[in-house]
Design a binder for this molecule. Structure first.
Ligand code: ATP
Ligand code: ZN
Ligand code: MG
Length: 486
């Protein structure tokens, strides 16, 4: 590595006569880097070349010392700015294609990156941008290698093959019966029969899984702030799947007058007039329910005796822009989940996950009577970091629960993820600074997709109430009738 930095330091008056004295002052500091400088009236040009420590860190340390030095000579140190910075570092693999990052020019050859930054202010040096830029280059190269690769997937368990009631697409059939109606892109209206089935699914999850394991309900806002998503990583992970929220600039009717007038005349929304009245978004609609739960716990110290902390939310739907991937009620832009969050020691979480799996198994086998399976999946970033081998023995990671969809045919591949169980380790605990007295905390979550449970059940069992297993009918003693429309 090589860090060759040229900075400019502004002084309150000329210091040209201090050249020699300054040289010996810097010498005595014993900094392990090659430091050259020139004084031109009230500006010092400083060049720091270092192989080990990063010059942008050295300069901040030096800046403090210079303030002390010039203070003694009644000269104020006014400003620090980056003139030019040439950084060279090694990478493990050659990039597969060209790449760029903001704020720098890159030249990559023979596993060596030359990064050139010029003309930046003091904040740029102080806010950690440069280290993150180096990391970003490495990350983008890594990513080129796993792009387009399949997610790691390993079967853990699979139920027996079952005979299914039919092989139709339940969403299509429900639409024909009028039970569900599309309202806008990927958002469904559930009429009473469909709503009752979803609520039955919810009740099963709550009464058979969530409450018996001791989870306590919380209620949260549907809006999630950018700050929260920066901490969880959602904003960099899936910015293209988020529904963004804009506040109005004002609620005064006068400010909206033109918009309303245009609407009254044209019966259409004038988009330019609308945008003029909106603020820039600072939050989005809930994508998954766990981020707001972590945000509510930020900075807290959980009493040791209250561990594991077990919470769940069913108050807010989740919205995701699925674009072209939408299908029926199984892949929608707005869905209903129960999400449970568990925080505790590694041992406690291992136990919770075991119990969860046992309860889910009971529901899928004994109540919904599904053909289903469990698989361990590993996100790409973990795959890439070579963590799979460890992961197999480790409890960290995600287990997906999938159900077979007869209407899609091929049993070897037509399975739908209906929910998952994850243990994420310290990631969110650290990001939100959540502590307990002595133990080291881990956390995890499990999202129960109610539309997915419903799709799986109806795809395998059909739409005939009489044909459904009695274990399920206990939760839905009567299917409400559809209103008659003429
Ligand atoms: P997929 O790979 O199917 O897109 P995901 O990995 O994005 O799923 P997670 O973020 O892990 O899903 O969310 C957990 C659960 O939320 C899923 O198991 C599923 O039950 C539900 N879910 C996610 N996206 C949708 C969607 N678009 N429509 C309905 N349910 C969904
Ligand atoms: Zn979650
Ligand atoms: Mg998805």
């Amino acid at each position: 590595m090589k860090f060759d930095l040229v900075c400019s330091i502004g002084l309150s008056k000329s210091a040209e006569d201090l050249q020699g004295e300054l040289a010996s002052f810097i010498e005595k500091l014993g900094i392990e880097a090659k430091i050259d400088f020139s004084i031109n009236q009230n500006e010092i040009l400083l060049n720091i070349v270092s192989e080990e420590r990063r010059s942008h860190q050295i300069v901040l340390q030096l800046y403090k010392q210079l303030a002390r030095f010039f203070g003694k000579h009644k000269i104020g140190v006014r400003s620090l700015s980056l003139k030019e910075y040439n950084i060279e570092f090694e990478i493990e693999k050659e990039p597969l294609k060209e790449l760029s990052i903001p704020f720098a020019e890159l030249e990559i050859k023979n596993k060596k990156v030359k990064m050139r930054i010029s003309e930046k202010n003091e904040e740029f040096l102080r806010q950690g941008y440069i280290d993150r830029m180096i990391r970003l280059v490495k990350e983008k190269i890594e990513k080129q290698y796993y792009e387009g690769k399949k997610e790691y997937w390993q079967l853990i368990w699979q139920s027996k093959e079952k005979k299914h009631a039919w092989n139709k697409d339940p969403s299509e059939e429900m639409q024909k019966l009028g039970w569900i109606k599309l309202l806008g892109k990927g958002k469904w209206f559930f009429f009473p029969p469909a709503a009752a089935i979803m609520r039955a699914m919810e009740e099963i999850a709550i009464k058979e899984v969530v409450l018996p394991l001791g989870f306590k309900e919380i209620i949260q806002p549907m809006h999630v702030s950018f700050d929260t998503w920066i901490k969880t990583g959602h904003l960099e992970g899936m910015p293209g799947e988020i529904y963004y929220i804009c506040e109005p600039k004002s609620r005064e009717i006068e400010d909206w007058e033109k918009f309303v007038d245009l609407l009254k005349i044209t019966r259409k929304v004038d988009e330019n007039e609308l945008i003029k009245n909106l603020k820039f978004p600072k939050e989005g609609v809930c994508y998954a329910q766990c981020p707001n739960i972590y945000s509510a716990l930020a900075g807290k110290t959980i009493a040791e005796e209250d561990l594991p902390l077990l919470l769940f939310d069913r108050s807010t739907p989740s919205d995701r822009y699925e674009a072209g991937g939408k299908h029926g009620i199984e892949r929608v832009d707005e869905f209903h989940r129960i999400e449970i969050v568990y925080i505790g020691t590694k041992e406690q979480l291992t136990e919770i996950v075991e119990k969860l799996i046992e309860r889910y198994r009971y529901v899928f086998d004994k109540i919904l009577d599904l053909e289903w399976r469990m698989a361990r999946v590993t996100p790409f970033y973990l795959q890439q970091a070579g963590l799979i081998a460890e992961e197999e023995n480790e409890i960290k990671g995600t287990i997906d629960f999938e159900a077979y969809l007869p209407y899609r045919g091929d049993r070897s591949k037509e399975w739908l993820e209906i929910q998952n169980v994850s243990i994420v380790g310290e990631k969110y605990i650290k990001a939100f600074n959540i502590k307990t007295q002595r133990s080291q905390l881990w956390s995890g979550c499990s999202g129960i997709g109610l539309e997915r449970w419903m799709t799986a059940f109806l795809a395998q069992k059909g739409l005939e109430y009489d044909q459904w297993p009695s274990s399920f009918k206990k939760y839905l003693p009567r299917l409400p009738e559809m209103p008659k429309f003429l």
